[in-house]
Design a protein. Structure first.
Length: 244
């Protein structure tokens, strides 16, 4: 059974950094599990963070602009072609960790047959993995336009500014119907000790479910952030780490 995690929130608050760190946390504690990262951000920042200049995306398959690694097999149905094409654009970024990029998504009310076929193919792809982590554009609405799949844990990433925390409450409100059966909470990234009490008070007043805080650092250290995430992983609606 696939467990899904979606990092949402305003750009610049650390969604991509936490996505990568969370993948390391999962690989450490679920070493035999397969992980798929989905770059659902228009800037393709997750791909860039791995040094991958992504040219092939899910949108490219739908628009006919994808450059395939091999010749296209003959005699496939449209459904089989899309499933094959998705496999063709998956990139292995680490041991047991794959990545695929979406870029533009088609509105949910689009009646184009290829849109439904693509969504159906994505569901089959997601079902193959133990964990799928989505690095999202903003909220769950954009992700839901790409694929309608249950989200077990939606994590809003915000810095400690009043404006961004207030915006996070709006993001939670716009996303809640897409995470009806899952859990949604907030991680305060780049937290600063001098105003942490005010930050936590605002989070509480806005009725946001606090998952945890990660202190501000001068440099990104994915292993250190993964250790921070592990501290409050038990609060998440995900398979729990076995204690030694």
């Amino acid at each position: 059974m696939t467990s899904t995690i979606a990092f949402i929130g305003k750009s610049g608050n650390g969604k991509t950094t936490l996505t990568r760190a969370f993948a390391r946390l999962l690989r450490k504690n679920f070493s035999h599990s397969s992980i798929l990262l989905v770059d659902n951000d228009l800037s393709l920042e997750l791909s860039d963070s791995f040094g991958i200049k992504t040219r092939n995306t899910i949108y490219g398959i739908k628009s006919g602009k994808h450059e395939y690694k091999t010749g296209i097999p003959e005699g496939m149905t449209k459904q089989e072609f899309i499933e094959w094409a998705l496999e063709d654009i998956i990139v292995e970024v680490d041991e047991n960790i794959d990545m695929i990029a979406s870029w533009l998504v088609t509105p949910k009310d689009c009646k184009c047959p290829s849109t439904k076929l693509t969504r159906d193919s994505l569901i089959k792809l997601i079902d193959r993995y133990d964990f799928v982590i989505f690095d999202c554009e903003y909220d769950l609405k954009y992700l839901n336009s790409l694929v309608d799949y249950p989200i077990d844990e939606a994590i809003i990433v915000s810095d400690c500014s009043k404006n961004n925390i207030t915006l996070s409450a709006k993001i939670a409100d716009s996303s809640k119907k897409y995470a009806a059966n899952g859990q949604m909470g907030i991680i305060i990234n780049k937290a600063q000790k001098e105003n942490l009490n005010d930050t936590l008070t605002l989070v509480k007043n806005l009725d946001l479910d606090l998952i945890g805080t990660i202190n501000k650092k001068d440099e990104i250290n994915y292993n250190e952030i993964a250790q921070n995430l592990e501290v409050f992983y038990s609060r998440m609606n995900l398979p729990q780490i076995e204690q030694e």
